[in-house]
Write a protein that binds this ligand. Structure first.
Ligand code: KG4
Ligand code: ZN
Length: 360
């Protein structure tokens, strides 16, 4: 058997489809918040995805920025080794490095970007700073490598609730976002009020499965207003007031409350996303970010998208929350187009400063 000459590639997992030889093998580093994450992709095929959570924050009920940067320093090199080993790749097989440049916590971003730059220098690789939101948008390639614009993408996580009109790779218009708390933040705060452990989203999800979502009527802010702005802080307050007025709630009462809270968040997210798709004339919607793991949200989107004849995609579970593979996926696309970061490139904590969106 003769082999066609081509760039060095690492063997993929057994049974994985052979990627086109033009696909770059890219290592992605994500340290924008409290997950230390590294993934390796070849083109749009995920070869590995290693995410180390930072339990140090759990006792505080939220992320402590200084502790996050220190934890990234400890966790990043082991995560890098594990991601390369799981991809069965060595540095010779890596064509480039992608790293989250922003938005995020400044100290955490600095750890990721300085590590990427040092590795690029040491191993003679190209590197590129990537926008964290672009990683979330294209994380659906982990499910459907053929996923393409135009689409509307909801990014819902602990730090973001953004509705984007995706016109093409690299072309995004911001249609709406939350005015106050992010959807994941609302879940985490609800969990705290319900005395559930941090991070609370998955706990509220579990409890909600045993409850009646129509039991307690909670507010759905801006639901009937035109536009795509959202707000979740009033909902959190309503939950707190309900708990104050109903001390000694039974186990079933708590489950009903969790289900009612989840239903309120899900109603707003689905209604605004579907309205945005109709407004943009988009035939498909992508739902991404940590909150896209929510069971009720997935069910509601599946039902409502099907009713409107819209194509729907979620990332695979490992690519919903912050992860390195999504940064590698977006980075691979940009590196393949010839983009590189220069020596002067640094971190950018603020989304507004990143020039990510086209004017609507
Ligand atoms: O994307 P992600 O890992 O990190 C951020 O960028 O914040 O999202 C984490 C958020 C947390 O607020 C967490 O509570 C929420 O996603 N989350 C969930 C679920 N799993 C994670 N929220 C609701 N239901 C879930 N099953
Ligand atoms: Zn994120």
């Amino acid at each position: 058997m003769t082999r066609a000459p081509g760039p060095p590639t690492a063997p993929g997992p057994p049974g994985a489809p052979r990627a086109a030889r033009t696909s770059l093998t890219v290592l992605g580093i994500e340290t924008s918040c409290d997950d230390t994450a590294v993934g390796v992709v070849r083109g749009r095929q995920v070869l590995s995805n290693v995410t180390s959570a930072q339990p140090v924050h759990w006792e505080y009920g939220g992320v402590v920025p200084e502790l996050a940067s220190r934890a990234h320093l400890e966790l990043l090199l082991p995560a890098l080794d594990a991601a390369l080993a799981q991809a069965r790749a060595d540095w010779a097989a890596v064509d480039g490095i992608a790293v989250t440049r922003g938005p995020g916590l400044v100290g955490s971003l600095i750890v990721g970007v300085s590590t990427a730059r040092a590795l690029a220098l040491a191993h003679g690789k190209d590197w590129l700073g990537v926008n964290h939101l672009e990683g979330h948008v294209w994380s659906v390639w982990g499910t459907d490598p053929g996923w393409a614009a135009p689409c509307v993408c909801l990014v819902a996580s602990g730090g973001h609730t953004e509705l984007l009109h995706v016109l093409g790779f690299g072309r995004y218009r911001l249609l709406g976002s939350t005015r106050d708390d992010a959807a994941g933040e609302a879940f985490d705060k609800a969990a705290q009020l319900l005395d559930l452990p941090y991070p609370g989203g998955p706990e509220v999800d579990r409890l909600a499965r045993q409850g009646d979502p129509r039991a307690v009527n909670l507010p759905r802010a801006l639901l009937r207003e035109p536009g795509f702005e959202m707000s979740f802080s009033g909902l959190k307050t309503a939950l707190r007031l309900f708990l104050e007025r109903n001390p000694g709630l039974s186990a079933q009462g708590r489950a009903d409350l969790a289900a009612s809270f989840e239903a309120a968040v899900v109603d707003v997210l689905t209604a605004k996303t579907l309205a945005a798709a109709a407004h943009a004339g988009a035939p498909r919607i992508a739902v991404t970010g940590g909150v896209s793991l929510n069971t009720g949200l997935r069910e509601a989107f599946a039902r409502r998208a099907a009713a409107q004849g819209l194509q729907l995609a979620f990332p695979p579970p490992a690519l919903c929350g912050d992860n390195g593979a999504m940064i590698a996926l977006a980075g691979a696309e940009r590196l393949a187009a010839g983009e590189r970061s220069g020596d002067a490139t640094s971190v950018e904590p603020s989304l507004d400063e990143m020039g990510f969106f086209e004017p609507v």
